[in-house]
Design a binder for this molecule. Structure first.
Ligand code: UD1
Length: 418
């Protein structure tokens, strides 16, 4: 049952509700380690990674309870924590690396397996390690682990990131909450997920300013207290639905979607011909013609999100005209284009540019998902193909899109597990 069967040709119409973001929920769970006692996180997406993070926190000594409907987790954090995150879990879920910062300041040491590269690129950790080292951690890489020690705790420091990395900003910000002195992170990531994590830390008693700007300032405090926090809605899932509406000449109302988190992506859809209206608790995307091709360059937030790059290449594959999509964040992200070519798309990749010539319809074929977002892009491609597409390795899609097949069915698509 690890395959999806998608019948092409449906026009998607109706309402979908978007749950909390994977990329917020997992980071919030990891940051719960900062405060002994019981922290509760609500509005979780129902995805396997939440269970993996729960397992990791359990191995670190926490008592973790996921509610029966799986939308809420409580994490009871002990005074004395373990400090090791093994490869078997870290390789499944890169967000495991987010335990590094909290463990260094709470357990004074951490051993976290290196996640390694994946299908979207090499994904280094140098910015995380340099930042934490500047704050006084002694960090070495040994036997596939990041081994960090800080027997006397960390001290705030001025840190400038070479690139506004989401993960590095998060690890440095979480560690900085429990240091002596003040840390500034220049060229910090401004993603809503980072802001969500920062607000969670503030609710725990952290002193943080500048969230959502290029410079985040964290004044260290002696201790944090547990809190309850609702996960921010997933902007990438919201954006995926927006592209699905635009590509299938559909009409989708996206409940919990927030236009202010997707400005550039939604502007591109308007340029492609979609009509977007904001409603009280979300937004609606309507399209009644073949999309026009749009040029896009992915950039850190608030730029066009790299996680929606497969969706825009797919849209351009069936659009009127030619387009250029430039990937500036992950060098391996064009890997999925090979699968799209199997569906007849006309895409040429040259370095970090893809040029696309739109054709009216793709042609169904067996394909394989290589990562979460590529998988979602292939589902959209299958919806605008003639015939039946089988998508292998659908577990990738399940990691980011809770209940995707049944949500698609509720919008009128013929999608099932095969
Ligand atoms: C997070 C998201 C991912 C999203 C990405 C960019 C999670 C689990 N994943 O990934 O879905 O696509 O943000 O919005 O939240 N880099 C280094 N050295 C470092 C850190 C990063 O060279 O120490 C490079 C990466 O290889 C990449 C770029 O910086 O080329 C951006 O990476 P980063 O923002 O850190 O992405 P993640 O946090 O891994």
């Amino acid at each position: 049952m690890d395959r999806l069967r998608v019948v092409g040709g449906a026009r998607l119409a109706g309402t979908v509700t978007v749950a909390g973001a994977k990329n917020s929920a997992l980071k919030l769970m990891a940051a719960a380690l900062l405060a002994p006692g019981k922290t509760t996180i609500t509005n979780l997406p129902i995805i396997a990674d939440v269970n993996y993070m729960a397992e990791l926190l359990t191995r670190l000594g926490c008592t973790v309870e996921i509610s029966a409907n799986k939308s809420q987790v409580s994490i009871d954090v002990p005074e004395k924590l373990g400090h090791r995150a093994d490869y078997d879990l870290v390789r499944k879920m890169r967000a495991s690396i987010n335990v590094l910062g909290p463990l260094i300041v709470r357990a004074k040491e951490a051993e976290v397996a290196l996640p390694g590269g994946d299908a979207i690129g090499s994904r280094g950790l140098d910015f995380h390690i340099n930042g934490l080292t500047d704050m006084g951690a002694d960090i070495n890489i040994e036997h596939g682990f990041v081994i960090a020690k800080a027997p006397n705790g960390l001290t705030g420091a001025p840190i400038t990131l070479e690139f506004p990395s989401v993960g590095a900003t998060e690890n440095i910000m979480t560690a900085a909450t429990l240091t002596k002195g003040t840390t500034t992170i220049d060229n910090a990531a401004r993603e809503p997920d980072v802001v969500d994590l920062g607000e969670f830390l503030i609710a725990m008693g952290a002193k943080i300013s500048g969230l959502g700007t290029h410079t985040i300032t964290i004044e260290g405090v002696k201790q944090l207290k547990p809190t309850t926090h609702a996960t921010l809605a997933d902007r990438i899932v919201s954006g995926t639905w927006a592209f699905a509406a635009a590509m299938t000449k559909g009409d989708i109302t996206i409940v919990n979607g927030r236009v202010e988190h997707l400005e550039v992506a939604l502007d591109k859809l308007v340029e492609a011909g979609a009509v977007i209206t904001t409603i009280e608790n979300g937004f609606r995307v309507k399209m009644d013609k073949r999309p026009l091709a749009v040029d896009v360059a992915t950039l850190p937030y608030p730029g066009f999100p790299t996680d929606l790059q497969p969706m825009v290449i797919t849209l351009n594959s069936i659009a009127e005209g030619t387009s250029l999509v430039t990937e500036n964040v992950f060098e391996g992200r064009f890997m999925f284009v090979n699968e799209l070519l199997r569906l007849g798309a006309k895409v040429q990749v040259d370095g970090h540019h893809a040029s696309i010539t739109g054709i009216p319809q793709l042609s169904a074929a067996p394909v394989a998902a290589t990562d979460i977002r590529a998988g979602a892009g292939l589902v959209l491609a299958a919806l605008v193909s003639d015939g039946v597409t089988i998508i292998e390795d659908a577990f990738h899609i399940d990691r980011g899109y809770p209940d995707f097949p049944s949500q698609l069915q509720s919008l009128g698509a013929d999608v099932s597990r095969a």
